[in-house]
Structure formats: C-alpha cells, structure tokens
Design a protein around this ligand. Sequence first.
Ligand code: SF4
Ligand code: SF4
Length: 444
Amino acid sequence: MINKDVFHGFLQAIHHLPEMAQPDALTDAERLVRAKAVMRAKTDRGLALDLEACVNCGYCSEACHFYQSTNDPKYSPSRKLDLLRRVHARETSAFAPLKRLFLPDITLDDLKEWQELVYDACTECGRCSMICPMGVNTARGVNVMREALFEAGLAPLELTAVAQEQAGRGTVFGVGPDELRQTVDLLRSQGITIPLDEPQADLMLVTTVIDVLLFQDALAATARILNHLGVRWTLRSAGFEAANFGLLSGSESLQKAASQRLIDEALAIGAKTVILPECGHAYPALRWEARLADGRPLPFEVLAASEFVGREITAGRLQLQPPQDPSRKITYHDACKLARHGGVVDEPRAALKALGMDLRETTPTAEQNWCCGGGAGVFLINRAEGLRHQAWGIKREQIDATGADTVVVSCGSCRLNVMAGAEADAWPTTIESVVEMVARQLPG
Ligand code: SF4
Ligand code: SF4
C-alpha cells in the first residue's frame, strides 16, 4: 500500500530542491570555456559520425513525445544536438577552418537556452534513434550536452542539489544507511526476512531512495521472492543506493563514484549477482557503463529486478499460484532504459504472463514503446511539470486503448510520473509494480 502522504511529501521536497543547490563561483567566460571543453573532449568518432550524418529529414520528431505532444519545433530531437554539432563543425571536424568562416561560435545564452532542451525536454529515451534512417544516437549526444552544462554549472538546480548531496554526504533526499536500517526494521517487524550487511552472499540486492521512502512494498516483494528462492542474499548499508545522480545531472565523476560504492560492496561480499531495484536509469549506470577501477568489466552479473524474476520463472525455479481474479486486464509499460536501451523485454512479460491474468500489449510496444515523459531526472525538474504532463498524455492514451484496468511498471521513476499524471487527470487505472504482483502470488 502506497502512503499518499509520503508521495505528496516527496513532491513537496522536489519543490524545495532549488533552495538547496550550492552556488559556484564560475565566471560567464569560464562557463563557456568549460562547456566547450567537454563538448570537444566527448565528441569521439561515433558521436562525430552521428553529428555529421543527420540529414535534417525530421523523422525523429515523429518519435519524440516532447515534440509530438507540443508540436513545438524546438523540441525536435535533431535540434537538441545543434550546439554540439556547431562546436564539432567549428572545432573538431575535418573542415573546421572553413566552417569557422561562416558558422558563429556558441554563446553563454545558447547554453542557457539548451538547458531546457536537454534536461526538461529529453528523457534520453532513445525512441528517436529507432526511427532515424541514419541511426543517429540523439540520447548519447544529449547526455554529452548534459555533461557539458553540468561542468559549466548550468544544470537545473534540482539535479544540481541532489547531485551535490550524493557527492558530498553520500545520501539522496536525506536517505542514507540509518534510513535504510529503519525501513529494514519496519519490514522485519512485518515478518519479512531481510538480511542486512551479511559479510558473504551470492547475491547483493540494491535498492533506492524511492523504495526506502515510498515503494517499500517493492523492496519487501523482492525480499520475499529472494527468500522463496532460497538465495543467499543481502543488502549492504555502505552501498545500497542505485539512483545515480551523476548520470542524471551530467556529472561523470559522481556517476563513477556512485557506481563504485555498489561495486566495492559487491566485491567485498563475493557476490556473483547484483539485483537492481525497479529503477530505469540504474540499469545503464551499473550494467552498461560501470567498470572496475582498472577498466575491466565487472566480475559479477547485474540484473534488473523484473529481469531476474522473469528469468527465474522461465527457468522453472519460480512458480506462482493462480490469481484471485484471472479476468483482471493488465498492460505493461516498458521503461525505456530497460527495454529500448537494455533489451529487457521478454523477462518482465514472462513474469506477467505467469500471473495468469489478461495481459494486453500497447500499440506500439516493447522497444517501440512510448516513454512516460518523466525519466532521466525530468520528473525532478519543477519547471518541466507542464511539459512532462503533456508528454504523459501520449502514454496515457496508449494505455487506455488497451482497455486494461491496471498498468504494471518496472521503474520507480516511471511509477512516480504515472502516479502524478494519474492524480492530475483523475485517471482511474491502477498502477502496479512487477515484483509486487509476482510476490502476491508466491506459493505458501
Ligand atoms: S531522423 Fe535522423 S537524420 Fe533525420 S533529422 Fe532526425 S536525427 Fe537527423
Ligand atoms: S531520446 Fe527520447 S526524449 Fe530525447 S529527443 Fe529522442 S525521442 Fe525525444
């Protein structure tokens, strides 16, 4: 059961984030220099190819929920990379000396204008790349733009505040080891076995601030599934936070440091598998982008919770009881970072099919699924509220068209955004999580 007071308290906390951001002492000239230095350094061969390959056909706009829901050309995916394209053309492309003759240099005002385009108006969902005939990876370019703006002290204050907190105190929204222990104690008092700080384990479960504060049932459900499977597992209080505000804000150093905390704990206990919570961006942060300090791949497997559960069901190690109501109509919302970026499509569906309910697919679905509009930190940016709500409208219509009475998600950020959208629209559809639904049908 979700505590609506905690949900509304979380929304209130977001409103106060800008007050918590610590100002920097950079001059305007320094901001421009720093942003351009990142843009130059990060434009490798792949990104240069993307920037040069765009033929301005505009197909990608059809795929972007921010453009589609507003019809505003400034939100077209190709435009979001215009500054990066200009810096590349003038400074790192083969014809740079020639381009400098007629292409103006970027300005601080340009950077300030692009803050909205690459933070508020892009969830780095990757849908535009699926449609682009040239295969341009706009999400990657947007991420580089975020890194450039963060380095210039021009990230939105909300993301800056949380990134500063995670980099400084190691907490996120004030949640650290003590708050984790309180939630673990609460769940233990409800009869759920939750190993914490075990010195050795085969599997390390990672959680996130949203689950510790709000979606405690998701943490409890994952624990119950692991206990049912008889896995030797643990949470680790020194490294439990999967939310990575380095990735979301554009701080590469924080991204690495936040991942390193998890890696250190997994190595310390000899974990063979790390299970991430229902959190979209945690998946690319640890699974695809994290490495050992010497650059080698991680020596353990990283799985999303819904991916793990689906695999266990497919392998026959996890069987579920029949549902109380087999006629319940459910549909699944693919988190972009899991499905489109990570290929986690079949596993959550295997879990949902095993529930024995009436599972309906949205159109389009899976890798082509529309984003909910709140990912990549957009949910935390106050001024983006109207824009993301417009974008959410596409997702809502898509879900409604299935006739489902329940939408199941596997990402806490999506869940927050869908909950906020549902509240604003008085939308009656029930919002569920994969692990919670599976745990309800565990035998015994
Ligand atoms: S679809 Fe690809 S080539 Fe066409 S405008 Fe978009 S990014 Fe450029
Ligand atoms: S990655 Fe997603 S949100 Fe960003 S421009 Fe492409 S379609 Fe739009």
